[in-house]
Design a protein around this ligand. Sequence first.
Ligand code: SR1
Ligand code: MG
Length: 401
Amino acid sequence: MSVPPGYRPLTPETVPAWLDAHPALRARVPGAHLHVREVGDGNLNLVFIVRDDPDRPGIVLKQSLPWVRVFGEGWPLTLERARHEADAYAAYQGFAGRVNPDYHGFDAPSYVLAMEDLADLAVWRTALNDGGIHAGAAADLGRFVARIALHTSDLGLAPDEKKRRVAATTNPELCRITEDLVLTDPYVEHERNRHDPALDGAVAELRADGALRLAAAELKHRFVTAAEAHIHGDLHTGSVMVGGGRAVAIDPEFAFYGPVGFDLGNLWANAVFAAARGDRLGRSAAFRAHVAAIVSESWAAFTGELRALWPARHDPFYPDAFLDAWLARIHADAVGYMGTELIRRIVGFAHVSDIDSLEPPARESAAGACLRAGRRLVLGRAALGSPEAAWAVAAEESARG
Ligand code: SR1
Ligand code: MG
């Protein structure tokens, strides 16, 4: 992949000189000596924490690479993903409150975005893996998704402006990753897929299930056609930081105009992974209750916020009954995408540490339960009409062992 002139991947050694050439950002860490750490632990990018006092927050610089970091140069990927992430932070800062990190700007030639240093918070997945309880995080995220759903959709924007935004935020390369890795590959044989050999039989059965294939295709079709709102696009627990009574949604590089239920479904599936792990590690009743409430708490906060914002909608032609029908549609989508996320993290390319870091036989048992739950949720998404009903499927499969 060709890169624009002037683009160079940063290193901890080159970050200070890069900042000296960007005075507005350098002013945020004004001390003479800078401490720079590269901490990117996701699949795609470079992330640098820059502080002038190691004990006080400074800034974070995030830079896209022209390839997929976890795979290497053999999987090229557009640098534009840093711009999409920057645009999402900019779009959300007017209404998302502290769930959006402070955003300090984007430098186009080097594909670097600057944002709040959140290093004193923890990645929610890591916290959950360790049995940590962060009350309020699920509700914060439910409200966040509701605010995006209202403020960036036809319910919150004039029609011309909404269409301009759909065009400006089109994100084909990152959407393609989701279309392939999440919504296609897991249902077919593909060299990128991998799964625990103990699941061979279950995986063969999954791939031979025509009804599941049709349901996954319907969810894929909605993903590529339902330009409802500017969604985050990858809202799993590794894209959330928690601490200090706050939840922060990071990494919206997959953002585009898509179905609102996709973000909720991602979040919900990752609660299932945390529960499957907690069940097998014998976590406390308080932890298990905390995780079991993520789906219902986020849904209650989501619906409560959307209903609160509804009277101020841009176009009053949409009656109250429309909101009820839209919520039902979003719920069915969320349950479906909860299922596709569960399936792809067990049999696709990108797995989750919640499950993969367990020792056998707990690992096989947790993975098998998540896979069975995913299948039932995808197939039953329209009938499972409440968050409690969806969660019951996951709890039942986890209890089956
Ligand atoms: C090649 S990217 C694999 C996964 O990492 C991201 O976080 C997304 O979830 C994507 O599907
Ligand atoms: Mg990410």
